[in-house]
Design a protein. Sequence first.
Length: 299
Amino acid sequence: MKNTFSNSGMLNWLGFFANKMDVSPEKIKMLNICGRQKNVVPTIDTHKRVLIYTDASHEDLFYTLWEAGFGEYDIWIGEGTEPGSELTNAKLKNVINKKISEPTVVFIVNEKTRESVRYGMKNDLFTKGSVHYVCNEIRAVIMSILGVDTHDTILALMAESIVIEAAITASEGQIIAVEPDSGSRRSMEENVEKFGVHNVQIIPDMSEESLSRIPVPRLAFIVANHYLESDIERLLVINPQMQFVIYTLDLGILAETKLIFDKFGIQNMEALQINVSKTNKENVFVAQPAPWIIIGGAE
């Protein structure tokens, strides 16, 4: 893939804005999206200062960012692969109709942004539909167990909200979302668009044909059903060292998983149950569904 900006050009722009804003270069997040689909919205949402290198392949970038709710953010726009042209400084909401037609740098600042890893996003942030999302506290524990890396490849079976949080963390990786139910698949597609994550590949099932079209995952997160054994068997075909994290509310599946793991040589099984109680509007504690999380890895 051809890079519109040379390495020296990107570093020159970085130094230019570091000097202009009187900040250390390490406090600026760089993002090169020339000819690429990358997670721009989540990056801006979690960094105070973002320097974007872009070109005509993202001509409507400003409108996209405005739709994401960044209208009040301060931006500086410079054109060209090297510093030198006059900068445009404005609120993003005032340039939403500006088209990008040449190599352009966009420096975005919002000092109020919290630069932190955000596990356990509130459920009301996700698209409503047929999906029943796990409570955000349990999702935070699951994300911690998954240990998602920036360049990770993870398969998630019927795990809509986990897909979004994993995709945000694996910004240079790939999340494969398996959604057999058409309603859940629509919700998944809407959430992908809503959160601006471009590293999610949605497939309809766990058939050999569907699995043959995906990158090889390191880990599979599975919301278990009664096809668990065949799902695990197919995943081990594409990656004999697959790591597994299984989610279930079914005591029968919990017991069956040990037999399945033994059958396929999946070692170091661990199981834990997560219990969460939350106060409702009447200040009464209400117990949330308490899933078992089962962990194991092939060797």
